[in-house]
Ligand binder design. Structure first.
Ligand SMILES: NC(=O)c1ccc[n+]([C@@H]2O[C@H](COP(=O)([O-])OP(=O)(O)OC[C@H]3O[C@@H](n4cnc5c(N)ncnc54)[C@H](OP(=O)(O)O)[C@@H]3O)[C@@H](O)[C@H]2O)c1
Length: 316
């Protein structure tokens, strides 16, 4: 089967097209014929080597974590999915940039007939992250004020919509070109992170959702806008757990946990038109397509999600 592999850490040029052996299922796994996958910050950080200390890879490695496709085969103890099911899921140790992936049945969710894999694939990873950050870690309450940094990104654009649905007051940061997009998603206030210091213009908030990797600048300023007893939720820095507790502010590091009941809630939100995954661009599953998607992701400025599509003519 065709796979786009990385042969070393580095820029998008470390990606290569290769023929690799098709996976066979272990007892608890399903083989999924892929139709869509995503390219997001996580893939980029793994590729560049930024995560190699805690996530060392053996090369060649197949990137791609959020997947959508059709179950082709199942291992002998699989009960939750069957051949022909359309599923989204997570290949936690990679494998999404390939024609077929072997996925643990507990990391798959069957998608209802009425929804497409394109509009649901991002729920499996970034959607789950947004959901768990807001509701599991943040315990967001109706009427609370939340500052969502990076409101136009893959996680951010879903977090803004989910917080809005929940009745929160949302302040979101984004670059100039994406401010209107974030407002349309439901942000009550928007702040241009390129021109304005949010800590000088916003009123105190109950929660901050921080997913900016800028060496702690945003973290520091975020504390200054939190109310006493507020919650600082970082998606990027486990080190926040070591921060001293000041003014009763709780420091939390969000680590996404694949949890089927959260997926079902997210799928229901999409079915009920309460949540929409914005797809900035779809690239073909080819060497050129995957490399370009990585390059576009790295440049920044995207709204929502980048997809890789197989464009299969005759999906089951
Ligand atoms: N802990 C976990 O379990 C978990 C799970 C998923 C993701 N994450 C992390 O969460 C982060 C976001 O992921 P993602 O997939 O949503 O990435 P993404 O789609 O690339 O979004 C990143 C966003 O950050 C914005 N940004 C950059 N600098 C900023 C600043 N100074 N202030 C405000 N916004 C800024 C970017 O805006 P522009 O592009 O317009 O510049 C972009 O919209 C990543 O670092 C990822 O590794 C963690």
């Amino acid at each position: 089967m065709k796979a786009i592999v990385m042969s070393d850490y580095g820029n998008a040029n470390v990606l290569q097209e290769r023929e690799v052996t098709r996976p066979t299922p272990q007892d608890h796994q399903a083989i999924v014929e892929l139709q869509v996958t995503t390219v997001n910050s996580g893939d980029q950080l793994i590729r560049s080597g930024a995560f190699q200390e805690f996530l060392p890879l053996r090369f060649p490695h197949i990137l791609g974590v959020e997947i959508g496709g059709v179950v082709k085969k199942i291992g002998k103890s699989v009960t939750k999915v069957k051949p022909g099911d359309r599923v989204i899921g997570l290949t936690l140790s990679g494998g999404g940039y390939a024609d077929y992936a072997a996925v643990d049945e507990n990391l798959l969710a069957v998608i209802p007939e009425t929804l497409s894999l394109e509009e649901t694939v991002a729920l499996s990873g970034v959607g789950l992250t947004a959901w768990q950050a807001l509701f599991r870690y943040g315990q967001l309450q109706v009427g609370q004020r939340i500052l969502i940094h990076a409101g136009a990104g893959a996680v951010g654009h879903l977090a803004v919509q989910l917080a809005k649905q929940h009745g929160a007051y949302i302040i979101a940061t984004a670059r100039t070109e994406n401010l209107e997009f974030v407002r349309q998603l439901g942000a009550d206030e928007v702040v241009d992170y390129g021109t304005t210091d949010f800590s000088e213009v916003i009123q105190p908030v109950d929660l901050v959702l921080d997913m900016v990797r800028d060496g702690g600048i945003t973290d520091e300023k975020s504390y200054s806008v939190l109310k006493n007893g507020g919650k600082y939720l970082s998606l990027v820095s486990p080190a926040v757990l070591q921060n001293p507790i000041v003014r009763g502010i709780e420091n939390l590091f969000v680590q996404v946990d694949p949890h089927p009941s959260d997926w079902l809630s997210l799928i229901r939100y999409v079915q009920e038109h309460k949540l929409k995954i914005y797809v900035e661009r779809v690239f073909p599953f080819s060497y050129e397509g995957v490399v370009e998607a990585h390059q576009i992701n790295e440049i920044g400025g995207k709204k929502g999600q980048l997809l890789i599509s197989w464009n299969r003519k005759n999906p089951i």
